[in-house]
Design a binder for this molecule. Structure first.
Ligand SMILES: Cc1cc2nc3c(=O)[nH]c(=O)nc-3n(C[C@H](O)[C@H](O)[C@H](O)COP(=O)(O)OP(=O)(O)OC[C@H]3O[C@@H](n4cnc5c(N)ncnc54)[C@H](O)[C@@H]3O)c2cc1C
Length: 395
């Protein structure tokens, strides 16, 4: 069997690795348009191994995140890739947030997240002495890791199993019939019996090449980070998060310790003017035109304009970003925040303007298209791969 994968991010590489493992006689080929693997979301995220607190019980996110944590922990132990169990606090600042925090506690229990405990104010400050808040959920198994290193290890496994990773090959056309898919790229052309599309920020466009619907479209959300100055990083010990707004899929500005050292604050969520543009000044007219031309985006903007303005203000003014951070760690001063590299999230949007909450995977004959794999996509990558290889490849 000839298996092709488009996208050498963590999802595509996990799929390719799993395919090599399950079909040792198959030829597995991964194509990516970039000169290196993991250049987009996989190499520009918060590095958190999510424990599965947030997700609606029974959803793909809930199931694949829990399974993904198990698989990644075993894999990283075997490969000596560091996972640091720094634990997470989700903090309620006032009485209005307590109901939502209780709902998170219920979800965490339903999802089987181990060790989650409700903490009162004094207990939360034993864990994070500099945090504000009147109560918190503590998840001791939430952890941090290096997803770029994991992606590199997956790529090594694919090559060691005889698979190939073809870089600098942008897929430009996909011709599909009932049995096979022919792929044209800026590099060589290929014929595959099974093709899996894991194109992240380009997933709607690449799926469309294979005859899938354009919807759900990808809306790119820039996530900007600041880094606490080294003298101030002792203000935060682990992961410190706000109670998320259920109407909004992102988790709010939070504090993330990094495996290599340092504490990041962010990311915010501002609609990006270029899908793969990491500087604020990056603008790509095709991306802007598609975003503005989408009825779903206009509906989304009407619904969430207040939140959008709030995020934009935080994006433009370090002072506003610091004020947001100070709600959780009052000792932070504006000057404690240093600019850090940004990421862009691929978030799918349904035509009615609702952000697709769960992972979404489409099947089109020999082609499987991953249409929405936002956070906790990196945490869940090995479980997403397991599901695709077991189900879509007909094992
Ligand atoms: C700011 C931010 C913070 C996040 N934090 C976390 C976190 O803490 N924990 C967590 O679990 N998840 C987190 N995520 C989500 C996580 O990073 C993603 O779910 C995951 O990386 C998705 O991997 P992917 O392989 O689908 O996409 P990507 O890593 O984006 O890879 C897609 C690949 O497809 C390639 N491609 C696209 N079009 C083509 C084409 N036409 N031809 C060939 N190749 C193509 C691209 O070059 C790219 O390499 C975060 C994401 C962001 C952006």
């Amino acid at each position: 069997m000839r298996i092709g994968v488009v996208g050498a991010g963590i999802v595509g590489l996990a799929v390719a690795r799993r395919a090599c493992e399950r079909f040792p006689d198959a030829t597995v080929t991964v194509l990516d348009k970039e000169p290196e693997i993991a250049l987009h979301q996989t190499g520009r995220n918060s590095g958190v191994l999510h424990a599965g607190i947030y997700y609606a019980p029974g959803s793909l996110k809930a199931r694949l995140c829990r399974r993904g944590v198990e698989l990644l922990r075993a894999y990283c132990a075997q490969r000596e890739i560091p996972i640091v169990d720094c634990g997470k606090l989700v903090v309620a600042l006032d009485d209005r947030e307590l109901g939502r925090l209780r709902e998170l506690e219920r979800r965490a229990t339903a999802n089987g997240v181990p060790g989650v405990r409700w903490l009162e104010a004094a207990e939360l400050r034993e864990i994070e002495p500099n945090a504000a808040g009147i109560a918190a959920l503590h998840s001791p198994t939430s952890a941090i890791t290096d997803y770029r290193a994991i992606a590199r290890a997956f790529a090594g496994d694919v090559r060691a199993a005889g698979g190939s990773i073809v870089l600098g090959a942008r897929v430009t056309a996909i011709h599909r019939d009932t049995l096979a898919a022919r792929v044209e790229s800026t590099g060589p052309a290929f014929e595959f019996d099974r093709l899996i599309l894991c194109a992240g920020l380009q997933s709607d466009r690449v799926a469309r090449l294979a005859g899938d619907t354009l919807e759900p479209r990808i809306v790119p959300f820039r996530g900007e980070y600041y880094r606490l100055s080294s003298e101030r990083e002792s203000l935060v010990r682990g992961l410190l998060y706000p109670v998320p707004d259920p109407a909004y899929p992102f988790l709010g500005v939070h504090f993330t310790t990094r495996v290599g050292g340092g504490v990041d604050v962010g990311p915010n969520a501002v609609i990006a003017l270029a899908r793969e543009g990491y500087r604020r000044r990056d603008v790509r007219l095709r991306d802007v035109a598609e975003t503005l031309g989408s009825r779903g985006v206009r509906t989304l903007a009407r619904r969430h304009w207040r939140m959008a303005l709030h995020e934009l203000r935080g994006s433009l003014l370090r002072r506003a970003f610091a004020a947001e951070a100070r709600r959780y760690v009052p000792a932070i001063a504006d000057d404690d925040l240093l600019a850090a590299p940004a990421g862009v999230r691929a978030q799918a949007l349904d035509p009615d303007g609702s952000l697709v909450d769960d992972f979404r995977i489409h099947r089109l004959g020999p082609v499987t298209a991953v249409r929405n794999a936002p956070s906790p996509g990196a945490t869940s990558s090995m479980a997403i791969a397991e599901q695709i290889v077991e189900q879509a490849l007909g094992v």
